[in-house]
Design a protein around this ligand. Sequence first.
Ligand code: SAM
Length: 288
Amino acid sequence: MTAILPETAAHYTRRVLKNGGSAKKSLGQNFLIDDQVIADIIEKGFPDSDMPIIEIGPGPGALTRVLAQKIKRLWAVELDKEKVEILQKEIINKNQDCRLTLLHMDARQLKLTDIWGEEKGWLIGNLPYYITNMLLNHFLEQADSLYGMTVMVQKEVAQRMTARPGGRDYGILSIAIQLAAEAEILFDVPPSAFWPQPKVMSTVVKLNIRPYPGFIVDQQEYFHVVRAAFAQRRKTLLNTLAAGLKLPKDHIRLVLQSLNLEPNLRPEELEIIDYQKIVQALKRVDSE
Ligand code: SAM
């Protein structure tokens, strides 16, 4: 059960921002003010409150103040100095046994090993929408330090994260996420749960990190081909791979033929493993 706080999230946020605080659009600041959504994130968001947990972009701390009651080892990374000062005053200074450590920095620079060494932990956050992809990639690259992540993103991004081959949402992000994790949509959050209200629906997604599939030999080579394929997703595989890899079309045609893949397929019609087959076939056809 999540602890009940005497002051609602909406009241707390209004109060702490009253003395000169504001919501900065340039930093993607839409603050959660719905207690039920906060309770649900905490209830469903992570399996174990003993593991180290890091919150990305706590803002004034409507979620953080509840996490701080429950989590023994908690960190929060916030770029906005004004919000860091609020968190220090409202959460740390007011609770003597609070185990929250504040990091005033850009989350894109954060190395999880600098925080919890060789241990693994869980990442949580209502991510700033202007850098969602960048942050997801940055922390997926550090998957060895994580059991999982629970992130709130725009609904449309959540659909891309969890998309299966065949649909228009399936792309580089879907592949990157699903190679590293089992992705589960937890629930949608309406604009009315935030202040100020965003224009779009949000979704909370839980990622359980798992080992990379054994068929991927070299991640860089693999994503080089995936990026080339999706660079012009309306084109055929033949055209987009030839352009993206800067190889003659005849060469790509031979590669696709050797795998029984039709040259006029679209990049989103391929399974994750097909791209590894292309990586290998490119080398094979090269040496013939
Ligand atoms: N967690 C809070 C909530 O749910 O009410 C705030 C979420 S708000 C969508 C995103 C937060 O990320 C803001 O507080 C913003 O200042 C912070 N932020 C933006 N860019 C950041 C960055 N590069 N590194 C760390 N925090 C950042």
